[in-house]
Design a protein around this ligand. Sequence first.
Ligand SMILES: Nc1nc2c([nH]c(=O)n2[C@H]2C[C@H](O)[C@@H](COP(=O)(O)OP(=O)(O)OP(=O)(O)O)O2)c(=O)[nH]1
Length: 139
Amino acid sequence: MRQGKTPEKTVFVSAVALVDIDHRVLIAQRPEGKSMAGLWEFPGGKVEPGETPEMALVRELKEELGIDITESCLAPFTFASFTYDDFHLMMPLYLCRVWKGEITPMEGQQVKWVRPVRLGDYPMPPADVPLVAMLRDFL
Ligand SMILES: Nc1nc2c([nH]c(=O)n2[C@H]2C[C@H](O)[C@@H](COP(=O)(O)OP(=O)(O)OP(=O)(O)O)O2)c(=O)[nH]1
């Protein structure tokens, strides 16, 4: 028998670890007024109806960070599957090392380039904890 809570719905979110030439990863702070405000996350967002996870990232990175990425530069890395109180999160995490444009926080959010070994210094959503461990091992 299944242990734990049974979520009402599954929410599909697509996220990316942008990796720079020094192997640092970009994280962004969730703004006030959003769920989990103040926590640091990988850029991305909900996959809208009719979108693939890759399309969602192309859109979100333009909207949130003002950069252009191409789908072919998104390398699937791992995923989060985590039950929150009110939904189950399914979130692929891609790696991306190539983009066009300057990273510009478009929504007033704080962003930081962080070495994988230091990611633990930044509070992140619980779903992200295993992802951080994998990035630390891989990068
Ligand atoms: N982008 C992103 N979202 C994450 C991460 N980890 C994690 O649990 N999430 C959750 C937080 C949100 O519930 C959801 C992303 O939704 P979103 O950022 O597009 O939507 P939102 O804040 O406007 O929506 P809401 O949660 O305030 O309803 O996924 C992560 O590393 N990156």
